[in-house]
Design a protein around this ligand. Sequence first.
Ligand code: EPZ
Length: 432
Amino acid sequence: MDEYIIKGGKSLSGEVSVGGAKNAALCILAAAIMTDDTVTLTNLPDLSDVSIVLESMEQIGANIIRTNEHCVKINAANIYNCTIDNEEISNIRGSYYLLGALLGKYKKAQVPLPGGCSIGSRPIDQHLKGFKALGADIKIEHGMIKAQADTLKGCHIYFDMITVGATINLMLAACLAEGETVLENSAKEPYVVDTANFLNSLGANVKGAGTSTIRIKGVKQLKGNEYSIIPDYMEAATFMIAAAATKGNVLVKNIIPKHLEAISAKLCEMGVTIQEIDNALRVIAQAPLKAVPVNTLPYPGFPTDMQPQITTLLTLAEGASIVNETIFEDRFRYTKELYKMSADIRVEGNTAIVSGSNHLTGAVVNAPDLRAGAALVIAGLVAEGFTTVKDIHYIERGYEGFEIKLQQLGADIIKVDSKNEREIQKAKLKLG
Ligand code: EPZ
C-alpha cells in the first residue's frame, strides 16, 4: 500500500493541466459498446476505475486498444456475453453504466450491484424504475442486477430526485429503444451533457441534456466516431482550492471555466482572486480567507464532490462557517481525520460547523474516500510539520498523478510504500 508524506507550508505556484473527467469517462466508455463500429476516445484519464471498466469490456468480447495512456480504440462488434462479473468491477460505481448500455444494445445484461465511495446508502432504485418503465424485467439475485427485455419502448420517466447516474443510465438504454423517451427532473451535470454529445456524435437523437427535460428518440443503430472527453472540473476545483489554501498563485489549465462557476464564486466570496483566461483560471490567494456558508446542490450548485475540500479550506478562514451537505447522507466522516490535524469542526447530522483557526498541524490520517482523501492532502499542504495520508488508492481512483502535479506546483509531497520504513525516513529527510 502506498501513502503520501507531506511537509506543509509551501505556497503552490505555477501551472497545472487538468485531465479528462473520470465521471464522464465511465459513462462514455460504456456508451462506446453500443455501436459495432470503432470508437476512439481521447482525453481519457489514466485511472484505475477506467482500466477496470476497459478490462471488463474486454472480458465480454470487446476489442480494446490503448494507443497511449489517454487514448483508447474500442470495437464492440464481437461482444458474446452480456454478463459482467468480476470482483474489481463490483468495487466501482460506474459499473452500472454497463447495465444501461448492454440492455440498450442487446436487451439483456447482468452486472454486479455497484460499489464506489462510501458516502451514504446510494440506492439505485431510480435506475431500476426507469429500466422497468422501458419494459425490462429486473431482478437482484446473488449480488447481481439482472435485466432483460423483449423490446425496450420509449416512455415518460420522472425521477424522484436529481440523480446523475440514473439520468445517464436511462439516456443510454433509451437511445436504442423504440420511440421517444422523456426524462423529467434530470440531472444537468456536465457529465450528462458530455455523454449526450458523445451519443449524438454516434448518431443518437438526444435533446435537452443540460436541462431538466431530456428527450431521446430511439434509433436503430449507432455508428463509430472519435470523441474527446471533457476536462475534469472536480480535479480542476481541487487544485483551485489547494492553491487558495496554500496562499498560492496557480494557473489551472485545460478546463471549461463555465463548469467551475460555483467554485469560482465561492472562492471569490472567501476573498480569493480568480481570473479567467480562455480555457484556464488563475487562482491568487493573498488576502485572509473569509468564512462563508456552503450548501451542496446538484449542478449548477456547489458540488458535493468539493464539499470535503471546501470544508478543509474553511478551517483556515476567519470566523465560523456552516456547510450543509444535501446530496449524500454520510459525507462528513473525514472530519474525524481533520480533527487529528487540529481542525475545529462540529458535525450535526448533515451540517458541519467549522470554526476557522488558520492553524493545522500534521498528523497520520486515513483517506476514507476519493474526495475526502484529496481534502486531507490539501490539509497536509498547509499543516505545520509532516502529514502522512494513508489509503491513497482512494485518491488515485480520481486524480491521475496527483502528487506529481502538486510537486510541479512546488508542494513537498512524496509517495512512498507504507511498509518500507527506510523509504519513509528517506522521504522525510528529503522534505526536510
Ligand atoms: C455520481 O454518483 C458520481 N459518481 C459521484 O462522484 C457524484 O458525487 C454524484 O454523481 C453527484 O454528483 C460517478 O459518476 C461514478 P447520484 P451517483 O445518482 O450517480 C440518490 C466522486 O467523488 N439516489 O447523482 O451515484 C443518491 O443516494 C463521486 O467522483 C437515489 O436515492 O450520484 C444521492 O443521495 C462520488 N436513488 C443522490 O440521489 C437512485 O437510484 C444523488 O446521487 C440514484 C440516486
